[in-house]
Unconditional design. Sequence first.
Length: 368
Amino acid sequence: MKLVTIIGARPQFIKAAALSRAIKTHNRDSSLQKVEEIIIHSGQHHDPNMSDIFFSSLEIPLPDYTLGIHNLSHGAMTGQMLEKIEQILLHEAPDVVLVYGDTNTTLAGALAAAKLHIPVAHVEAGLRSFNRAMPEEINRILTDHIAQWLFCPTQVAVKNLQAEGVDQRAGVEIIHNGDVMLDTMRYFINKASRITLDRRKGSVDGYIVCTLHRAELTDDLERLRDVFTSIVSIAKEHPVFFPLHPRTRKALDKAGCTFDHPGLEIMEPVGYLEMIDLLHHAGLVITDSGGLQKEAFFSGTPCLTIREETEWTELVEAGFNRLAGYAPESIVAGAKAMATVTVDNSSFIYGDGTASQSIIATLLRRIH
Ligand code: UDP
């Protein structure tokens, strides 16, 4: 089976790492049919600490094709990717194209493949925020509606797809097999704790990890200023480690925010191994990231989400995550309340850490 993996953004590297590992493990068994993986990196994230570090530390094979497409408007970026990916797919003629999550890379990859009648497998299918102002929501809806195999991380995702009638299309299969990010975290957690003790030195348990990067925030400077002011105020009580996404750094500069405040440590984006160690020892996560909401749960750490809605509603229902919105008083009060929450992560709402193996096994059964 020949499979083309299309990735380009940080969260996709973490998800694709699980699949590449599952393929490697599968290929070690000489009695089984081999899987050939070709990797296309669109270039959507290209800084060394947003891209290269994930390939090396997560042991992802180097991309076979690197497109170098970044820093463009949504239309220009998606259009250029579509054109270049189409040429590669024509040349490689894979049995299946694998796309992840909800970025412009996801949509461009799925669209290029579907137009060439190459089956698309969407990993992390079925997620919905029900907020169509989010570029990610448009990307996921369109990808789900042209994919053939929809691999869902949660039961909620399955229901979302059924509600849209996705399962009524001939040949389409919705498969609930758990979250591949859990696979990656399970595999790397032991390596993580060894490399990052320095970062936590001097900080008692009870520190906060904060990340912010969504367009809803970075495109609205007044909102961003309010949220940042809340973080500055929270940092007076508990140390806050804040690895800054390049887009957020630019927006904070534009908003006139300064970075020198008591208890606040602004950092460059950290590598995945460092991030999961930080999460495991934190008292609270404050974020607008989709991935971090789940990784906080996997780490047994409560989460305050700086958004008005989330795709991971099961965590909010369980009381392990709270939606704070953007108002400073709600963020400060939310941080105080969530810091005392104990997270029981013993349930299997995101599977058992073997989602990637099950995806490869399913594709092999369906394709040959
Ligand atoms: N992440 C990281 N270093 C950072 C910030 C995030 O390794 O400085 C990882 C994090 O563990 C998570 C992923 O990047 O798995 C999430 O990416 P991001 O928040 O950019 O995207 P989203 O999950 O919202 O799509």
